[in-house]
Design a binder for this molecule. Structure first.
Ligand SMILES: [Zn+2]
Length: 369
């Protein structure tokens, strides 16, 4: 299955329209769930959900996009590429039920930022009922002036020098954890997990049980960009997989294709992750969740661009030209324009969807003797 670069859109509205058109062409059921915020053009922002009509609904492939707003340019392109591929090749159409969640953070997608309208990093907001929206990783408070300046400061090179010094003190894993693990004390800071459950979380809590009703085996791939080497994909699992989950990951996607946050690698432990929350909700007896992360640019470039956009968003909104520049930069860093990168990641993501389907179809079949 060859990935096409034509499924990428120029903005959220186009991405939404193309996703909906492609799902409708396949006869999938569509729902639009408003998040009570408007986009740059004044239109209502929505999470859009497409469900294939296939019955029985016991085995379900869930693919979600745009939890980190601007990463939705990539995630939406994957979803649309799959839908368009299936519409064009009847024989390739999925043999299991599919539920596609488009733009879980539509504000971030529409305004080309990682965070939502309340500056919430959605993938830090999904705390479990007994967890509180408070605290910050050790070291974040000390880093706050560097990460979240009120005035534009430090070129990328000078920022790199400051971070090199910090690396010496914290080590790579410690610094990554301090910066990006998720904090609840600095509402205008980077990687803020929120003060309460986000609108997206509340809506998913309300509707997911219905979209996944009667499911027994769910494989949920949540699409992200920005971690790892350019164009490379890693599946990240931020919970200790059970023996069965480990076997599925190995059998379906390959032994070297995934890592769990506890084993190191490119990932780090985050509080309030979407995956852990889905796993805890008893949506299906067997629920396999993985973040599908596709690399783009080096981490410090991404961090510098996030920092610049966040500074302008909160403290210099009147500087429209600089903010626009920062948004364009962020879009490139999370969804590179390179045709080679785009073809590579679409091909790989479509393969993941195919592997997940095949795996789900085989699940629970008695082993061949
Ligand atoms: Zn992400």
């Amino acid at each position: 299955m060859q990935g096409s670069v034509t499924s990428f859109s120029a903005d959220y509205s186009e991405a939404r329209r193309r996703f909906r058109d492609a799902a409708a062409a396949l006869g999938w059921q569509l729902e639009s769930v408003p998040v009570d915020v408007t986009g740059p053009d004044g239109s209502e922002l929505t999470i859009d959900v497409a469900c294939s009509p296939l019955q029985p609904p016991d085995k379900v492939l869930v693919i979600s996009s745009g939890v980190h707003g601007v990463e939705g340019f990539f995630g939406s392109a994957v979803q649309t590429a799959l839908l368009e591929h299936w519409a064009a090749n009847n024989s390739a159409a999925p043999q299991i039920r599919c539920v596609f969640l488009h733009a879980v953070n539509p504000f971030g997608f529409a305004y080309r930022r990682r965070f939502d309208e309340n500056n919430v990093d959605q993938n830090r907001n999904f705390l479990l009922p007994y967890e509180s929206f408070a605290g910050a990783p050790p070291g974040y408070a000390e880093l706050d002036p560097l990460l979240n300046p009120r005035l534009p400061s430090l070129s990328r090179n000078r920022l790199a020098i400051r971070f090199l010094r910090l690396l010496g003190r914290h080590g790579p894993a410690g610094l990554r954890q301090a910066v990006a693990g998720g904090q609840y004390d600095f509402p205008r800071g980077l990687f803020f997990g929120g003060a309460t459950a986000s609108k997206s979380q509340l809506l998913l809590a309300q509707h997911l049980p219905r979209w996944l009703a009667h499911s027994t085996h769910v494989c949920h791939l949540d699409l992200h960009t920005g971690l790892g080497r350019s164009g490379q994909c890693r599946l990240l699992v931020d919970y200790p997989p059970t023996a069965l989950q480990h076997q599925w990951l190995t059998d379906w996607f390959g032994a070297g294709s995934f890592e769990s946050t506890s084993t190191g690698g490119i990932s780090y432990e985050v509080r309030g992750s979407f995956g852990r929350w889905c796993m805890a909700r008893d949506l299906a007896p067997n629920y396999l969740f993985a973040f599908a992360e596709f690399g783009t640019y080096p981490p410090l470039r991404l961090l510098a661009a996030l920092r610049t956009e966040n500074q302008l968003f909160h403290w210099a909104a009147a500087d429209a030209a600089a903010l626009e520049q920062a948004r364009m930069q962020l879009t490139e860093l999370y969804c590179p324009k390179s045709p080679r990168w785009r073809a590579q990641v679409i091909t790989h993501a479509m393969l993941l969807a195919e592997q997940a389907q095949r795996g789900l179809l085989q699940a629970d079949r008695p082993a061949q003797i």
